[in-house]
Design a protein around this ligand. Structure first.
Ligand code: GLN
Length: 283
């Protein structure tokens, strides 16, 4: 008979030996998901014996985590902006930094009605879903080149009850032609890791997350070049752009925005004091 406490201890030791960061936290989070309780509630159940099917599942999950599979792909879930999203290895796991991107838009536009918003490279759909939840009558378009990502994003819009507010488009954004239709807001968290930096990322990322969501296989700035160049055909005059940035990219992206007719440029730092979001207004 294996109790909650014993199984957490054994699993944490195992994960530590495998070189997983925060092994105890990972062991606790995985077991709390299996027992459908909050992590801290495990402490009230320490002497509770695990049932056979719980042990089988926990063993499998711990073994997967020991091979560096991200916790969020194992549980299939992640929290973003206070909402729950499904994730599969077809989509980037939403990061806390990206909440800043969403927050800036809501700060500026909360209470403004009838906004037309486009999200380029939507992935799991975390950005449009969080915006739809917080900007009541916004009309949102979300684009991704990956059909599998679009499937996950549509599912997430349903899960959060905003499927009516978002149009999902499976396309390379460069191929899109909106005619004379223009947007108030363009938002994107593009793949911004350079080819040189990519191999230095955590094993969890390089082994399991989709590389097309992370790197442009060049200098990390290619998507900023193409998005800023096309933004004049996407945004209304006076429309705003919001881009997530990789560390140290703000100067170069600011130059691109100026060259493409943007003014009122602002750079926002994240909680680690890294320049993380850039915004500008199309003249
Ligand atoms: N923030 C992600 C990371 O550091 C990268 C996301 C992206 O390329 N847009 O892994």
């Amino acid at each position: 008979m294996l109790t909650v406490l014993e199984s957490v201890k054994l699993s944490a030791d195992y994960l530590e030996k495998k070189g997983i960061e925060s092994p105890r936290l990972n062991a606790e989070l995985l077991l709390s998901e299996i027992l459908k309780c909050k992590r801290l509630d495990l402490y009230l159940k320490f002497d509770q014996p695990l049932k056979e099917h719980e042990i089988v599942k926990y063993r499998d999950w711990i073994s997967r985590r020991g091979k560096f599979e991200p916790l969020q792909y194992i549980t299939g879930k992640v929290e973003f902006f206070g909402l729950t999203f499904n994730v599969t290895p077809d989509v980037l796991i939403p990061r806390p930094e990206t909440e800043l991107l969403v927050e800036e838009i809501i700060k500026l536009f909360g209470g403004v009605g009838g906004l037309k918003i486009i999200d380029i490279g939507t992935g799991s759909g975390n950005i449009p879903v969080a915006l739809a939840k917080n900007l009541s009558d916004a009309e949102i378009t979300a684009v991704d080149v990956s059909e599998k990502a679009i499937t996950v994003a549509v599912e997430n819009s349903r899960l959060n009850g905003v499927e009516e507010k978002i149009e999902f488009i499976h396309s390379d954004f460069n191929q899109l032609d909106f005619g004379t239709d223009r947007f108030d807001i363009l938002v994107s968290n593009p793949p911004y890791i350079s080819a040189d930096e990519y191999p230095t990322l955590q094993t969890e990322i390089t082994k399991y997350e989709p590389s097309i969501a992370l790197t442009d296989a060049a200098d990390g700035l290619n998507f900023y070049r193409t998005i800023t160049a096309k933004s004049n055909a996407i945004l209304k005059t006076g429309g705003k752009i919001f881009l997530e940035l990789g560390q140290g990219q703000h100067d170069k992206v600011e130059v691109m925005l100026r060259q493409n007719n943007f003014s009122d440029i602002k750079i926002i730092k994240d909680y680690q004091q890294i320049e993380r979001v850039i915004t500008g207004e199309l003249k």
